[in-house]
Design a protein around this ligand. Structure first.
Ligand SMILES: [Ca+2]
Ligand SMILES: [Ca+2]
Ligand SMILES: [Ca+2]
Ligand SMILES: [Ca+2]
Length: 207
């Protein structure tokens, strides 16, 4: 009988661990512009507060930018780690696209078939991987760089216009986030397994 209880408790404990006390959640957060993209050494920030709990599993970002020479632009998605003291930068565009106009309804997704800089503009109504490579302001050009971080914090689309003469605006952007969030049922299951194990140990220790 004790062995049965112990086995059951161990099974519950293992299930709690193996299944993982989490479930996936998805949500989207939108920034509504327009935000003028200033030239002359300005970094332009479009911030979105993310109040969701959970660890990031996947991030995609959808952008609408008007610009008369997209090759002027560095575009990054940044996310605050901790309380905003630390930022991670993922590069989406690295002065790619030459004299072409606009990034219209472009979704950046690591799972897309092609890097944006390997597809000739104009770019509109399409899904691309971020640019293939990154400059000194970025940490990566893969959105997967955010995986494992807490979602809670600030997302920022950061735009830098490297040359004078052509300008633009950020019309809007959206982050699509998937997180792993605690699953109360699994926590209860894990907890009850632990309690049962402790109970068995106590009983078996009192001979
Ligand atoms: Ca142009
Ligand atoms: Ca650059
Ligand atoms: Ca993705
Ligand atoms: Ca410019």
């Amino acid at each position: 009988m004790k062995k049965t209880i112990a086995t059951l408790a161990a099974a519950m404990f293992c299930c709690g661990l193996l299944a993982g006390p989490a479930a996936a959640a998805t949500y989207s957060l939108t920034y509504d512009g327009p935000l003028d993209i200033l030239e002359g050494g300005n970094y332009n920030y479009a911030d979105i507060t993310d109040s969701h709990q959970g660890k990031i599993i996947d991030v995609n970002v959808f952008v609408n930018i008007n610009h008369t020479w997209v090759g002027d632009l560095d575009v990054y998605l940044a996310h605050s780690v901790d309380d905003g003291d630390t930022w991670k930068y993922v590069q989406l565009l690295d002065e790619d696209g030459g004299s072409a106009n606009n990034l219209r309804n472009i979704l950046f997704d690591d799972s897309a078939p092609a890097y944006i800089n390997e597809v000739s503009p104009p770019w509109a109504d399409a899904t691309f991987k971020p640019t293939n490579g990154f400059d000194g302001d970025a940490d990566s050009s893969e959105l997967a760089y955010f995986i494992g971080d807490q979602a809670l914090g600030i997302w920022s689309l950061v735009l830098y216009d490297n040359a004078t003469g052509d300008t633009g605006t950020l019309e809007n952007y959206r982050v699509d986030v998937q997180t792993a969030v605690p699953l109360p049922g699994a926590v209860v299951l894990l907890g009850s397994g632990l309690v049962a194990l402790v109970g068995v140990r106590r009983r078996s220790g009192r001979k």
